[in-house]
Design a protein around this ligand. Structure first.
Ligand code: IMP
Length: 177
């Protein structure tokens, strides 16, 4: 059994489909202002590992838009809360370069060991409109091929997503010990 520290039900559902033995803990932690997802995840992990006894996992993710020099990146949660998907579409306007990627960094720790981290990315395009009501966050504006993540079932998203990649790497690492 692993504690997955997150307030995000969508993230939990995706992770649970991969691991099968997760317990969601919505205990909150400081998300520091830093340049990389790795720093944010590691700092958060230090805080939660001190408060939970057992195997603990947390994840930090971000959307990186090429034409916006990687924005919103590590500020993805704040930007989603403030300008949201409509704001990103507005910023993009009619720009031709719609390339973007999602990155996920998962941190994992057990008592007596140093934290380990695994990352995963999925390449895609920012669409011209939001489509689909599945998933969460930026999913409706992030397209892989003709389909937005917001139109994909969890099973389909979990075949290609940044989170599925980082978490599958962690799962494999645990299995190999
Ligand atoms: P965080 O990892 O919870 O800090 O997520 C940063 C922001 O990116 C939040 O607003 C999330 O909703 C959004 N986000 C994270 N992962 C995904 C995803 O898989 N799809 C769409 N949005 C995501």
């Amino acid at each position: 059994m692993i504690y997955f520290v997150t307030s995000n039900k969508g993230k939990y559902a995706e992770a649970q489909a991969i691991f099968g033995d997760l317990v969601q803990r919505d205990i909150g932690y400081a998300e520091i202002q830093a340049d990389t997802l790795e720093e944010v995840a590691l700092y958060g992990m230090k805080e939660v590992a001190a408060r939970l006894d057992g195997a603990v996992m947390l994840e930090d993710a971000g959307l990186f838009v090429e034409a916006l020099q990687g924005f919103p990146g590590v500020y993805s949660a704040y930007v989603q809360k403030t300008i949201g998907n409509a704001g990103i579409l507005r910023l993009m306007g009619a720009l031709e370069n719609r390339s973007a990627y999602f990155k996920s960094v998962v941190a994992y720790v057990e008592p007596g060991m140093d934290a380990v981290m695994f990352s995963g990315e999925v390449q895609g395009q920012i669409g011209f409109e939001a489509r689909g009501k599945k998933g969460f966050g930026y999913d409706p504006i992030f397209y892989v091929g003709e389909v937005s993540l917001g139109e994909m079932d969890l099973e389909k998203k979990n075949q290609i997503s940044h989170r599925a990649k980082s978490m599958s790497a962690l799962k494999k690492w645990r299995g190999n010990r």
